[in-house]
Design a protein around this ligand. Sequence first.
Ligand SMILES: [Zn+2]
Length: 197
Amino acid sequence: MDTAVKLNVDAPPMEERAFQQISGHRALDFLATLRDRHRVPVECLREPADLDRWLALAGFDLAVGSRPRDMRDAHDLREAINAVTRAVLAGAEPPAAALAALNRWAGEPPLAPQLGRGLDRRWSGARPVHAALAVIAREAVELLAGPERALIRECAAAPDCSRLYVDRSRGRRRRWCQMETCGSRAKMAAYRQRRSS
Ligand SMILES: [Zn+2]
């Protein structure tokens, strides 16, 4: 774990929420596996089984599981994507080290689909988890270099929530990462405030 942040290990894991694929983009969903970024961040990718579970939820049906070294790689790539994306959101230049790390990952060999004898799809590669991370890096590059870059938002519940998402809603009016959680909490708080004033 090479992130310089202090981790809040006492916080409830809430992995289920952190692992939900609700950002509208796999690379942004990946960022949410470190939650509470504006407070004391909580690491939700703590061991290889966590990464395996996230990869499966994100649509990677890999035959081989993560190894301990994949954890460091996953954290490294995730924080590189996060640093570059947050700089983009702030209208700032991406930090050079993060940009270099993202580009290094995007240059790694990605997963390649192979057709089995039973016409089943398999993923080639000696290190499928490494290759899956390369796919995420490539998707992050496509997002940040493409027209949807302008649609990246942070949940309006920030600093309570630090989830980023792509706003593809009609009229670009999506404010929350998820209506049922952050959205309804904010509406409830506004309602209570109206009643008490
Ligand atoms: Zn949110």
